[in-house]
Design a protein around this ligand. Structure first.
Ligand SMILES: NC(=O)c1ccc[n+]([C@@H]2O[C@H](COP(=O)([O-])OP(=O)(O)OC[C@H]3O[C@@H](n4cnc5c(N)ncnc54)[C@H](OP(=O)(O)O)[C@@H]3O)[C@@H](O)[C@H]2O)c1
Length: 318
């Protein structure tokens, strides 16, 4: 069931726990106790891949909580963090991938995690001014210094990925990918397959939409920032509801839950090594973890692909 990260000797579960929601930046009603319980529930389900970042949560709450759990269970965890994005005093996002900033953030991340090194360190995002080769050279130095076993990169286009890879060979690329957001299939996945680089997908549940519990009539709390994302608004929201209705029927027919259908489809796509599922309660990651116990048949995959084709065609008509 475990899958290899790139050409390395590190093996990960295809469902990883994404630690963005537990940082409480855009999710509501998150407590430290629930967050710790969620990380521990992931371990209890047999998951071993944990994804955080320097910028997840005010004062690095996400890395600190992960570090607390790692104190007891380090040998069962593959820990990934990212550097290159932080929040300014007004909590606006700042991309700074300069070598000095990356070094400062890595030092702080390791302190919060209580670790001498992470298994995987990503450049979270290139910035507008630092040449990506400079960011890559810094990441290569961190790896040579033993502070990161493997290097990854996130939120890049193909050209940026290739430039980075030339200076600092990457093992993993982390990008957005789910049933309705499949842009990386065009160029990045084929290149990664050719190079033996793993693709780890974020937003497999499309911020909870594809978990299937946000349905017509759902009243979003005004503080829930998801209402600002296009997929939760207007015509797209209704089309997405119709898509979910269709997936429901396929899932019922196959005798599985909707979330198993969604994640099972995603982890069986060519070139996808793992998906990062966000969760802020134990039951959520327990439901997501179930997906690995289902192997989709060619017939079910085709039914899903047909539903996706029809949903995608709606966008083109506009
Ligand atoms: N590299 C990057 O720039 C980048 C960007 C985004 C994300 N990521 C990584 O990818 C991970 C995944 O992204 P994400 O957390 O934003 O989104 P996601 O995994 O697509 O969706 C997570 C949300 O789905 C809902 N959910 C999860 N399981 C559920 C279940 N069983 N039933 C009902 N709802 C469920 C929860 O929301 P509610 O309970 O609030 O409804 C949860 O917060 C992140 O945590 C992070 O590690 C990386």
């Amino acid at each position: 069931m475990l899958r290899r990260l790139g050409k390395s000797d590190l093996m990960v579960h295809p469902i990883g726990l994404g630690l963005w929601p537990i940082a409480g930046m855009t999710s509501l009603q998150v407590s430290e106790a629930d967050s710790r319980a969620t990380i521990e529930a992931a371990l209890d389900c047999g998951l071993n891949f944990f994804d955080t970042a320097y910028c997840y949560g005010v004062d690095g709450i996400s890395e600190r909580l992960l570090g607390q759990v790692a104190r007891e269970h380090r040998d069962r965890m593959v820990i990934a963090t990212k550097g290159g994005v932080h929040w300014d005093a007004r909590l606006d996002r700042v991309n700074d991938a300069s070598p000095q900033r990356l070094e400062m953030e890595l030092t702080e991340s390791l302190r919060r995690l209580g670790l001498p090194a992470v298994d995987l360190l990503y450049l979270h995002s290139p910035d507008q001014v630092t040449p990506i080769a400079e960011s890559a050279a810094a990441m290569a130095r961190f790896q040579a210094a033993g502070k990161a076993r493997l290097i990854g990169v996130s939120n890049v286009n193909l050209s940026q990925l290739q430039q980075f890879h030339k200076v600092c060979p990457v093992t993993v690329v982390q990008l957005k990918y789910n049933m309705l957001q499949r842009e990386i299939e065009q160029e990045i996945i084929p290149w990664c397959q050719q190079q033996g680089v793993s693709v780890v997908a974020y937003w497999p549940l499309m911020k909870g939409l594809l978990a299937g519990k946000l349905r017509r009539g759902h009243r979003f709390d005004p503080a829930d920032k998801r209402v600002t994302y296009p997929m939760f608004l207007g015509r797209q929201w209704e089309w997405n509801q119709q898509f979910l209705d269709r997936l429901d029927l396929i899932a019922i027919d196959a005798g599985i839950s909707l979330i198993t259908l969604v994640l099972g489809w995603t982890i069986s796509q060519p070139g996808i090594t793992a998906v990062l599922c966000g969760a802020k309660r134990p039951w959520q990651i327990q439901e997501s973890a179930e997906a690995v116990h289902w192997t989709p048949s060619a017939a079910v995959l085709e039914q899903v692909n047909e539903a996706i084709r029809e949903r995608t065609a709606q966008e083109r008509v506009v």
